[in-house]
Ligand binder design. Structure first.
Ligand code: PMP
Length: 360
């Protein structure tokens, strides 16, 4: 196993060993091209073939309808927080944001720099506010929400119904973690570094009728229609990251697609939540049951912050790393994205039981 640990990092996160090995095999000479993917012209036929295949495989994984463009961009999901208002609305227009945690809070904060961003609902970081209480704005240019709050571990189980305004979703931490109905959305965006590849590339899936609305001042690098027109090659794209995502997409397709990913993710999440529930209160989950994330599982040891420290240190000794909760929340957080193996989560659940038995 090359001394590899079980890495519960919130991102960048673990990738399939088979994909890393493929990248290693291709490293010095990609398919007889005589060079590494890192050394290729992004406009050469080899790299165009790599991008086209990555896009085609992602389209089949998510069954992306033909009237959606797939963009491979840079700047992380954080850049899209600004690109969204710049592409979809003029200054002075209104947009609604559902705030369910730290990331949607960042999104609305950036949105406010560019338009009238209304907090249609504000959650308690533990649950999703009941949609019947949302204060949606007449004439909003879009409704933005975060499908999975990476820090709080709060996840929407289905896209909310918001009427006619296009639904814009940050799927950074649950992208490709299960099948989704793309046609429900105007825009889906996600950084790659949790569920589908390394950092450096951000996926934007945008319905074609939403292109061409960018305000005149939008920088070309943030304008989705520029990227769509140039096949994400307006400038030099993040070639290596796109290539790595392509390997991941092919790997997932060859292993049962997103249905298989979802089944595995559900099994993994159940193992951790069950270990919390079966601990007689030794561990606690801060999140309401129906909003518990499949991919980011925060948990605490309510009786003692010192025991939490010991838990994290002992887990690391046992080869389970990056279990410390986000600094704003404390406790522990197990990020169990697509490529955390079931065995890793089983090992964690066993350790949780054993640790509780020793300290209860
Ligand atoms: N949204 C969510 C839900 C995230 O988890 C993150 C990163 N942790 C971001 C946005 C920001 O992504 P990036 O670092 O790619 O800008």
């Amino acid at each position: 196993s090359h001394g590899r640990v079980f890495n519960f990092s919130a991102g960048p996160a673990c990738l399939p060993a088979a994909v890393l090995e493929q990248a290693q095999a291709d490293l010095l000479n990609w398919q007889g091209s005589g060079m590494s993917v890192m050394e290729m012209s992004h406009r050469g036929k080899e790299f165009i073939a790599i991008t086209d295949k990555a896009e085609a495989d992602l389209r089949s994984l998510l069954s992306i309808p033909d009237n959606y463009k797939v963009l491979f961009l840079q700047g992380g999901a954080s850049t899209q927080f600004a690109a969204i208002p710049l592409n979809l609305a003029e200054e002075g227009d209104k947009a609604d944001y559902v705030v369910t945690g730290a990331w949607s809070k960042k999104a609305i904060g950036e949105g406010k720099r560019f338009l009238l961003a209304n907090a249609a609902a504000t959650g308690d970081n533990k649950s999703i506010p009941d949609p019947s209480t949302w204060n949606l704005t007449e004439g909003a240019k879009y409704v933005h929400y975060c499908a999975n709050e990476t820090i709080g571990g709060v996840e929407f189980k289905a896209p909310p119904s918001v009427g006619d305004a296009p639904l814009v979703v940050d799927m950074s931490s649950n992208f490709c973690a299960r099948p989704v109905d793309v046609s429900k959305y105007g825009v889906i965006y996600a950084g790659a570094q949790k569920n589908i590849g390394p950092a450096g590339v951000t996926i934007v899936i945008v319905r074609e009728d939403l292109l061409g609305r960018a305000r005149a001042s939008t920088p070309a690098m943030l304008d989705w229609s520029v990227a769509a027109k140039d096949g994400s090659m307006y400038n030099t794209p993040p070639c290596w990251s796109i290539y790595m995502c392509g390997l991941v997409f092919a790997h997932v397709l060859a292993n049962g697609g997103l249905e298989a990913v979802e089944a595995n993710n559900e099994k993994k999440a159940k193992l951790v939540y069950d270990a919390v529930e079966a601990s007689n209160g030794f561990y606690a989950s801060p999140v309401a049951r129906e909003a518990r994330s499949l991919t980011n599982v925060p948990f605490t040891i309510p009786s003692s912050p010192d025991l939490e420290k010991a838990f994290i240190a002992e887990a690391a000794q046992a080869g389970m790393v990056q279990l410390k909760g986000h600094r704003s929340v404390g406790g522990m957080r197990a990020s169990i994205y697509n490529f955390m193996p079931l065995e890793g989560v089983q090992t964690l659940a066993d350790f949780m039981r054993e640790f509780a038995a020793r300290h209860a």
